[in-house]
Write a protein that binds this ligand. Structure first.
Ligand SMILES: NC(=O)c1ccc[n+]([C@@H]2O[C@H](COP(=O)([O-])OP(=O)(O)OC[C@H]3O[C@@H](n4cnc5c(N)ncnc54)[C@H](O)[C@@H]3O)[C@@H](O)[C@H]2O)c1
Length: 264
């Protein structure tokens, strides 16, 4: 018996990056997956690839900033599969720039996709989960919710908000059988950090120098934690943000290790 057999999971932003790996893992472990994204071609390609492994997966393409689209996503899922067990609020965006150069439009866009949308996706999903008296919601936060970086003000604000939202909604809904938790990834080489690397706002050395494990994370290392939190193995974990970041959020820089090595 597979871990998510008979369960239905929505992954927002599932067309590529971390979300793609989450869709794959849920599907391989028996869930029927609804891959939701704004990117039509990428969503279709990813779903076709995963379906090729004999898995059940469909796509729902729309901009989730519109609450009407969120409602349609939930309706589509329940209409297609009859229930909704797992929601992963993964879709996210970022744009790096100094705070004084930030436009209202960019600020609103990031706060909208990264905080407002996960809130209303959670609320609409919870209405179904409350009727079922069970459900799991996993929010994708970021190491930047705790370890802030210059040039990412709206992103850091939104992700810190995700951690707060996770605790609040978890406490409101736990008694109705809905478990809400979050995963805060560290540095994984998807489109988001690749852009910063490309324009020179970040370099490989900086990432390694703040990571005690001294390497980038892998997509599956995040998907594994998401699936754990969505599984019954995590049945007593409520309202937590799990940092999967190679030790970055300890705040301890690994440089001293070089000193001890050299001193030997
Ligand atoms: N990659 C990292 O190092 C890292 C670190 C910490 C947190 N995260 C978080 O992980 C999540 C996934 O990011 P990723 O790195 O895979 O980036 P990504 O850009 O590859 O994936 C994000 C997905 O969200 C989708 N999306 C964006 N706006 C949308 C909208 N309005 N409606 C529907 N879908 C939309 C995009 O089309 C894309 O497929 C994000 O929440 C991000 O903040 C990533």
């Amino acid at each position: 018996m597979k871990r998510f057999e008979g369960q239905v999971a929505i992954v927002t932003g599932g067309a590529r990056g971390l979300g793609e790996k989450m869709c794959e893992k849920f599907a391989l472990e028996g869930a029927s997956v609804v891959l939701s994204d704004i990117l039509e071609d990428e969503a279709k390609q990813t779903a076709d690839r995963i379906r090729g492994n004999g898995c059940e997966i469909t796509t729902f393409v729309s901009d989730l900033r519109e609450i009407e689209n969120i409602r349609k996503l939930i309706q589509y899922t329940v209409y297609t599969y009859g229930r909704l067990d797992i929601l992963v609020n993964n879709a996210g965006v970022n744009r790096l720039m100094p705070a004084v150069e930030m436009t209202e439009e960019t600020f609103d866009w990031i706060l909208d996709v990264d905080l407002r949308t996960p809130f209303f996706c959670s609320v609409e999903a919870a209405k179904v989960m409350m009727r079922q008296k069970s459900g799991k919601i996993v929010n994708i936060s970021s190491g930047n919710s705790r370890m802030m970086n210059i040039g990412r003000a709206p992103y850091c604000i939104a992700k810190a908000g995700i951690n707060a939202m996770t605790s609040i909604l978890a406490a409101e809904w736990a008694i109705q059988g809905i478990r809400v938790n979050a995963v805060a990834p560290g540095w994984i080489k998807t489109a988001i950090p690749s852009h910063a690397l490309k324009v020179g706002l970040l370099n490989e050395e900086q990432v390694l120098s703040i990571s005690p494990v001294q390497r980038w994370g892998k997509e599956e290392e995040i998907a594994n934690v998401v699936c754990f939190l969505a599984s019954d193995d995590a049945s007593y974990i409520i309202g937590q943000t799990v940092f999967a970041d190679g030790g970055w959020s300890t705040g301890i820089l690994p440089h001293a290790l070089d000193y001890f090595k050299e001193a030997k």
